[in-house]
Design a protein around this ligand. Structure first.
Ligand SMILES: [Zn+2]
Length: 159
C-alpha cells in the first residue's frame, strides 16, 4: 500500500515518530491517542498521547470489559470531550491511533465496533493502527470509512 495521500489526513513525520515512541513506551499494552492538525490542510501534525483506560474498565467490570489493555483500548471521557470540542475549532482532530501488540496492524471487529455509532462513523476522523512487537515496530496502517461497504477499510501505510 502507498503512503496515505490527501484528501485523507496525512501524519507528519514528527507526529509519526511520536506515535511510534508512544507505542514502544506502552508495550506490551496498547497505546492510544489523538492527532490534530490545521483545518485548511490535510496534515495531521500534532500527536497527543492519551491514557488507555481499558485496564481500569477491565478491573472494574471484567464481565463487560473482558479484554485488558494488552488487547484493547478505550479513550477517557476527557479525551473524547477534547476530540469533540476540537471539531469546532481551527485544529480539529483528524486521526485516532492505537497500537496492536504482536498481532499485526489490521482493523479488528472490535475496532470497527468502537469507531461506529448507529451504523455511522462515531467521529469524523480516520484511524491509524501501529504494529508493535517485542523486537520493535513494523509500521502502521491507516483506515477510513467506506460508505459503500459501511465499514473502515485500509487506505495506506507508513513505514
Ligand atoms: Zn485495535
Amino acid at each position: 500500500m502507498p503512503t496515505p495521500q490527501p484528501p485523507h489526513p496525512v501524519l507528519s513525520p514528527e507526529a509519526l515518530r511520536e506515535i511510534y515512541a508512544h507505542a514502544r513506551r506502552d508495550y506490551p499494552s496498547e497505546a492510544c491517542g489523538i492527532v490534530y492538525g490545521p483545518r485548511d490542510r490535510p496534515s495531521a501534525d500534532q500527536a497527543t498521547a492519551c491514557k488507555n483506560i481499558q485496564d481500569r474498565l477491565h478491573a472494574e467490570d471484567p464481565e463487560r470489559f473482558t479484554r485488558d489493555a494488552r488487547t484493547a483500548y478505550n479513550l477517557d471521557a476527557r479525551d473524547l470531550f477534547a476530540l469533540q470540542k476540537s471539531l469546532r475549532g481551527d485544529r480539529p482532530a483528524k486521526i485516532v491511533y492505537h497500537s496492536h501488540v504482536e498481532v499485526g496492524a489490521y482493523f479488528s471487529e472490535t475496532d470497527q465496533a468502537a469507531a461506529v455509532f448507529d451504523g455511522e462513523p462515531a467521529y469524523p476522523v480516520e484511524y491509524v493502527v501501529v504494529d508493535v512487537w517485542a523486537a520493535g515496530l513494523r509500521g502502521a496502517k491507516q483506515f477510513c470509512w467506506d460508505p459503500g461497504q459501511r465499514k473502515y477499510v485500509e487506505i495506506g501505510d507508513y513505514a
